[in-house]
Write a new protein. Structure first.
Length: 552
């Protein structure tokens, strides 16, 4: 991003914390992760008490498979709602399914009844991450603040990975395993209360008719995005490794280090601490530099320590290596999410993160199946080495694609500066204006060429960079346009045909911004929406007395 818009790293973190909407969203996300991990563990313990390892494994698979199927469809459905209300709805549904699961446990209901409630709870949990990470760009004023939001989200995940199992164990010891979903169900209600009303003051979005029913079409658009597909596959690969770690760390703790059954808990806690540290590093680093080098560094912190772990028998060194793995996965997640948020238009973020949520579940399932097979066939040492080595190999083969994707996210400085004086866009945050600058296309017009014709369907907003243009209504001259003027917003905001004809009277350079990104930026920013509406209401069919044109 251009240097004149960057902020000190401490200021970026402080601004993220000071933003009420971002602060409440991040606090709710911490509560979500804490309750999700604690209840997952409680459900597996309950199943183990009922039928041993097989019952626990069966219930884990029974939760993951439906969640993987539901996640993309649910994200597409929620994307048709206001994202802030969708986030609250997800938390409410999670609390209800948690209460049901806990009630069935406490009432000693049959296995299938508890399993059904647990499956619903797992499916409800898939509603949060896609909407959360689709909302962060809307709450972030700058790219640095967006990176800080992603970093704090990752820190919340790491902290929950440390505190969640601990909370589950304490509650289980004091009140029994069935109490865990009941008590932690209230954390989801608190998360719902934190996020309720975040979008209450927003005006209705003026989306195009063809965008109203975009849920499944959004998934198809995501599938056609090469960069999005790569990021999704890499996310799935990371969770294959995570799924393997759940099994491999047990073997390492008990089989190699000869620890008690509490050993795997210590190792997983180190993983959570590493995630927090990785998130802290990303927040301090800010979003000023390129993401791809940080992504590669994160991948190296995952792969290399994994390859060393099985040959290490010193407990302190093992903890250190696992901490590095946690930090690496955190950096991996933050950079992948930030690249996704930068590269994709707003209307594709929820479907994209929904698809990634599905791939996450599939990756965990594959890793859980793959790890025992590798250990049985080749031993624990080889399993760790294969997990780390294969991860590094696959990640680094994808680096050129990631580099090309990041090139697409660069902000054209000249286009950004050309948008600064455009009055309907002045209330936009720097990050929103950066998005528009990336979506803007340069157009060259020769004298005499018609840019837009009265009565035709409007699909673009235009800014004049150089040259002169003539505006006419019913073939009668209304005014002339020059550098810094704009036109085309009325057809987009009111969804009406072009109200005027605009013709180049000399060679001219224009910027054209498509309907969807323009509407997402302007209608999603109340001051910009109000200013554009004021302009439209004030000009009637005559000249705009501000000296700049808003005629179509």
């Amino acid at each position: 991003m251009p240097a004149n818009r960057s902020q000190p790293r401490s200021a970026v973190f402080a601004s993220a914390i000071r933003s009420p909407a971002l602060r409440r969203t991040l606090a709710a996300y911490l509560l979500f992760n804490l309750s999700e991990l604690a209840i997952w563990l409680a459900i597996l313990i309950w199943a183990y008490d009922r039928g041993g390892v097989n019952a626990a494994s069966l219930l884990a698979v029974a939760q993951l498979v439906p969640a993987a199927v539901v996640a993309p469809a649910a994200a597409a459905w929620l994307d048709r709602m206001d994202h802030r209300r969708a986030l609250t709805l997800g938390y409410v549904l999670q609390s209800l399914t948690m209460f049901a699961t806990g009630a069935f446990m406490l009432l000693r209901a049959p296995y299938f009844a508890v399993a059904a409630a647990a499956i619903l709870a797992s499916c409800a949990a898939t509603l949060t991450r896609p909407v959360h990470f689709a909302l962060l760009p809307q709450f972030s004023q700058t790219t640095e603040q967006l990176t800080a939001g992603n970093g704090i989200s990752s820190m919340a995940e790491g902290l929950a990975a440390f505190v969640g199992p601990l909370a589950s164990g304490v509650i289980t010891a004091l009140r029994g395993v069935g109490t865990v979903p009941v008590i932690l169900g209230f954390t989801s209600l608190l998360a719902a209360a934190l996020t309720a009303g975040l979008g209450a003051s927003d005006p209705p979005r003026a989306v195009s008719p063809e965008a109203v029913d975009r849920g499944l079409r959004g998934l198809l658009e995501v599938a056609r995005e090469p960069g999005a597909l790569v990021l999704t596959l890499l996310t799935g690969l990371k969770y294959v490794v995570y799924g393997m770690l759940d099994i491999l760390l047990v073997g390492l703790a008990i089989g190699s280090l000869h620890l008690s059954h509490a050993g795997p808990g210590f190792l997983n806690s180190a993983l959570g601490v590493g995630v927090v540290l990785g998130g802290s590093l990303a927040v301090l680093r800010g979003g000023k530099r390129r993401m791809t080098p940080l992504f590669m560094f994160g991948a190296a912190l995952v792969g290399l320590p994994l390859m060393l772990l099985a040959n290490t028998h010193l407990f302190v060194l093992v903890l250190f290596l696992i901490l590095l793995v946690g930090a690496g996965t955190s950096l991996f997640d933050i950079t992948a999410r930030t690249l996704t948020q930068r590269a994709l238009p707003e209307h594709l973020l929820a479907p994209m993160f929904g698809l990634q949520e599905s791939v996450t579940m599939i990756g965990l399932l594959v890793g859980s199946v793959l790890a025992p097979a590798l250990v049985a066939g080749f031993g624990l040492t080889t399993a760790f080495f294969v997990a780390g080595g294969a991860f590094l190999l696959l990640i680094f083969t994808a680096v050129p694609r990631l580099h090309r994707l990041e090139q697409r996210t660069k902000v054209p400085e000249d286009i950004y500066n050309s948008l600064l004086p455009v009055r309907p866009l002045t209330p936009l945050s720097p990050r929103a204006r950066e998005q528009l600058a990336r979506y803007a296309n340069r157009m060259s017009m020769r004298g005499g060429e018609i840019v837009v014709a009265q009565g035709e369907v409007g699909d673009k907003f235009y800014v004049v960079v150089s040259g002169e243009l003539d505006v006419s209504i019913d073939q009668q001259h209304v005014r002339s346009l020059g550098p810094g003027d704009w036109f085309g917003e009325i057809a987009l905001l009111r969804d009406v045909p072009r109200t005027a004809t605009v013709t180049a009277t000399s060679d001219a350079q224009l910027l054209a911004i498509g309907r969807e990104p323009f509407l997402w930026a302007v209608t999603g920013t109340p001051p910009a929406h109000a200013l554009a509406s004021e302009h439209m209401a004030g000009y009637g069919s005559g000249p705009d007395h501000s000296g700049q044109s808003n005629l179509d």
